[in-house]
Design a protein. Sequence first.
Length: 144
Amino acid sequence: MPKYVVLSALLCATASVASADGKTADLPALDPQTNPYNIRDGKVDFETYNGYRRYGGACARCHGPSGTGSSFAPALMDSVEQLDYAEFVNVVVNGKNIESGSRNRVMPAFGTNPNVIQHINDIWGYLQARADGAIGPGRPERIR
Ligand code: HEC
């Protein structure tokens, strides 16, 4: 076997390899309860980055940028420390409507919205990373 073939095989075995779908191959499997996100040198995995994007697309207009909250809706980076995963999913699927005084603030139900539901674990992971202080506000850097 020519030497360069051996060398490139070795490089592939040790380097962090991005596969065709953009995910990084050598990171531990994600689990909403035990490992909601992966972070290396301040950079997040594909899923957590996706969670940041999905959060920005569907949640930020009410819950504020980067999970920080607004005058209208609570800071989800704090909420995910109080709610467990099942409770979080339940609110996002079914919505929530609390009347407080003259203000009727509605959390919409996203149960039939594929842009949210198919990515709910990624959004959860992103908010967990924010809650833990693993990443700051704004666009996180991605592990390549
Ligand atoms: C139209 C505005 C709006 C949008 C968009 C929205 N929310 Fe909400 N959400 C609210 C409001 C208002 C509440 C507070 C309801 C209450 O308890 O009074 C809330 C509450 C919640 C709660 C419960 C928080 C707690 O501490 O109990 C969760 C979880 C949540 N939202 C997740 C999400 C996620 C995830 C998204 C994006 C997929 C999202 N929301 C998008 C308005 C919104």
